[in-house]
Design a protein around this ligand. Structure first.
Ligand code: V47
Length: 366
């Protein structure tokens, strides 16, 4: 096996991966700087295989974005609007309930609701939304509201994040998605999202959710102004929290799409396939205490997502149906992928498709 790595300059790291040892910051940086994508991918595949064998998970889920009005207006985001902007919207509770009811009986097991920081929306709007979605879709897991939204609700309502989470949990919230993490480095945040909560606060809200027994996800938005060192630092900070709480389910790298954002420049396009595969592989290798590395096909396209199954990925998210955040930023992918297509992609990669719920309970295999 080690022969495969001959002349890659990465033989020592490969040996550590083979032995199941933890990689450090320096290892991560060398992997990220290496041009030997196949060597990096093979290491990640070894780590994936050890945890998951031939199984690849997918989920039948739906996204709802309840408002695009946002006080933060991050420079990488094409979704957020001011209240008076063309295209600004906020769904009424009846509209959200209508969407949830329309998904009834269609086999979905997860609903993913995230939106902007809209100062007009009281905490009651969120509580009522959860109650109505819970009623419309009994048994469906509600994975909703990023740590950024939880922090905002805490601040505007004079509450702690723990208190907001407890109120929302009571109303039906099961789990938090991984959005809003971006890159934890304050240097990066000052440049691309100066109004957003710090990396420490993002981690603190997830730690609070884990303390209440909620499982959550984590992301990293890569391919804008961050350095390779800052990407590795992001992984290490997530790994440290996971060591303490074990509350993260999955990590999802998010490829930056520049179109219609304040970071767009002539000639600038989104990440390359090479970068996408390397980030997914690095996630698998650095986040040794995360079970699941998820490729969000919406961001990187179904074909790279399928290939990523040989680069450390064990989960393809999901059927989705309607997606606004990346499509506003120029994503050219579809907004939905039928189950049959996800299953076909997984089988064509020689793997066993496994439908899961949010908590990775198995719903069907094969
Ligand atoms: O928080 C914003 C990112 C996130 C852009 O937890 C952009 O299972 C690319 O977090 N180009 C929302 N990305 C999506 C998200 C997510 C998606 C799928 C699964 C899960 C999960 C979470 O999208 C935002 C932000 O980090 N984003 N603008 C952009 N122009």
């Amino acid at each position: 096996m080690i022969d495969f790595y001959k002349n890659s300059g990465l033989e020592d790291i490969a040996a550590r991966v083979e032995a199941g040892l933890r990689l450090d910051r320096e290892d991560g940086l060398r992997l990220l700087k290496s041009d030997d994508l196949l060597a990096v991918g093979r290491m990640a595949d070894t780590a994936r295989q050890r945890k998951h064998g031939d199984r690849v998970y997918y989920i039948l889920n739906r996204h709802i974005n309840h408002t695009n009005i946002c006080v933060n207006r991050c420079k990488f985001c094409a979704f957020g609007r001011d209240e008076t902007d063309v295209g600004a919207y906020t769904l009424t509770l009846d509209e959200i309930e209508g969407k949830a009811l329309a998904y009834r009986g269609r086999g979905i097991t997860e609903i993913h609701i995230v939106g902007g920081l809209n100062e007009k929306l009281p905490l009651d709007y969120y509580v009522e939304m959860l109650k109505r979605v819970r009623r419309a879709l009994p048994g469906v897991i509600i994975q909703s509201f990023t740590a950024v939204e939880i922090d905002y609700l805490a601040r505007v309502n004079g509450m702690t994040a723990d208190q907001v989470l407890a109120v929302l949990k009571e109303a039906g919230l099961d789990s938090l998605p991984g959005g809003g993490a971006e890159v934890f480095s304050q240097r990066v945040r000052d440049l691309v999202c100066p109004k957003k909560i710090s990396g420490d606060r993002w981690l603190g809200v997830h730690e609070a959710a884990h303390g209440l027994g909620m499982k959550t996800n984590a992301t990293m938005l890569y391919g804008h102004v961050e350095t390779l060192e800052e990407r590795i630092d992001h992984f290490i900070r997530l790994r440290e929290l996971q060591d303490r709480t074990g509350g993260f389910l999955a990590f999802i790298p998010l490829a930056f799409h520049p179109k219609n954002t304040q970071l767009d420049q002539p000639g600038r396009s989104s990440s390359t396939g090479y970068d996408d595969l390397k980030m997914l592989a690095l996630a698998r290798l650095m986040l040794d205490n995360f079970d699941h590395i998820k490729a969000f096909w919406i961001m990187i396209g179904p074909k790279i997502a399928q290939v990523s199954l040989s680069f450390g990925v064990n989960d393809l998210d999901g059927t989705v149906e309607e997606e606004k955040i990346v499509h506003d930023a120029g994503a050219e992918t579809d907004q939905r992928l039928p189950r049959e297509e996800i299953v076909r992609m997984i089988k064509a990669a020689g793997r066993i498709p496994v439908e899961r719920d949010t908590l990775y309970n198995i719903i069907r295999e094969g």
